[in-house]
Design a protein around this ligand. Structure first.
Ligand code: KG4
Ligand code: ZN
Length: 334
């Protein structure tokens, strides 16, 4: 048949993931082996442990994806892999596995940017319409990216310090919540009231950049001061007030940028796209507008290889190829 299959590998952080997609947009297999349990007791991802787990899991994950898809390796048309950004030792495991497969089976190899993957996760659900704006919010990224066509990414705003997910995780740690803290704060916030004034960094007029370190410090200071004075602060209210500040800035800037660039779609990407507060704020802003709001389903928000396959398939069809000298690039830019 004329069907095209792309197999992808993602090992940039703490998930060992392999997926296979058909004809750029159809999910055929999607296997994610999470290491979160091994990192939890350290309160964050330990790079050494991550690399070791990837090595243990990569072959099993690959076999599981092939079994799930019922497709022979020989039938695959291209191998895509996350080449960066991420933890270098973690990325290397995926890159080397992809190179070995490509070489052994004589298949084309395509290196993919992790963030391009997060954006393209949405295309497994709905076709893109350009120009589109993507709000990328993860543990390592907070960016507004304008796309005028496939494979073209223009960063129009980015964080100057902490990423949104990073702020969530640090505030969560101060509240003694488990890692990763984002989902826990999200849940607490639902039960709390927005009754604490926390700062919102709007930055210069017209800027689409973000800054979350001031907000993070304000929350941490508030908790420390209360503890010193023996005051009781309600964690639910802290979570709700913190989340309100983050979500207000993210959704407002995304809204203004979407209007200014007259985009047809606003696409949300990255782990923080799972946030209920952000989802409802974006719906409130965009549902009345002639702009389509795309938010991936939860299993495609956090790290996975389906998104790498989705971005990789487009790059492959645009003629992009990587050589056997493909290397892990922890600071790769879009
Ligand atoms: O995209 P991702 O899986 O990994 C990176 O590439 O960073 O994102 C992980 C981040 C973590 O900081 C996590 O706390 C955050 O996404 N996160 C959330 C939620 N679910 C995950 N943050 C806020 N609310 C959530 N529901
Ligand atoms: Zn990610």
């Amino acid at each position: 048949s004329q069907d095209q299959y792309v197999l992808a590998i993602e090992t940039s952080c703490d998930e060992t993931a392999v997926a296979i997609i058909k004809n750029e947009r159809e999910l055929v297999a999607n296997v994610v082996a999470s290491q979160i349990e091994s990192h939890k007791r350290f309160g964050g991802v330990v790079p050494e442990i991550a690399s070791r787990h990837h090595i243990e899991q990569i072959t099993l994950t690959l076999e599981e994806a092939l079994t799930e898809s019922d497709i022979e390796l020989d039938r695959i048309d291209a191998i895509a892999v996350t080449e960066g950004p991420g933890l270098v030792g973690a990325l290397l495991v995926g890159v080397n596995a992809a190179k070995a497969l490509a070489f052994a089976k004589q298949k084309p190899l395509v290196g993919v940017h992790h963030i391009a993957g997060h954006i393209y996760a949405n295309r497994l659900e709905e076709e893109f319409e350009f120009p589109l704006l993507s709000l990328v919010v993860s543990g390592g990224h907070t960016e507004l990216i304008l796309m005028k066509e496939h494979g073209s990414f223009e960063v129009i705003g980015e964080t100057r310090d902490d990423a949104a997910g990073e702020a969530y995780d640090k505030v969560a740690r101060t509240l003694k919540l488990p890692y990763p803290g984002g989902p826990h704060i999200d849940k607490l916030a639902e039960e709390g009231e927005v009754n604490i004034e926390f700062p919102r960094a709007w930055l210069e007029d017209g800027s689409y950049d973000f800054s979350f370190s001031g907000l993070k410090s304000a929350v941490i200071n508030k908790l420390h001061n209360a503890k010193q004075k023996g005051e009781i602060v309600n964690s639910e209210d802290v979570a709700a007030s913190f989340q309100e500040s983050v979500v207000d800035v993210l959704s407002t800037k995304a809204y203004h940028a979407a209007k200014e660039y007259e985009v047809k779609q606003i696409i949300v990407a990255g782990g923080v796209a799972a946030n209920q507060g952000l989802r409802s704020a974006l719906h409130q802003k965009f549902d009345e507008e002639d702009i389509d709001l795309l938010i991936p389903p939860l299993h495609l928000c956090t790290d996975n290889a389906a998104m790498i396959a989705a971005a990789g398939a487009v790059a492959f069809n645009q003629g992009h190829r990587s050589g056997y000298d493909l290397n892990a690039n922890p600071a790769l830019s879009l």
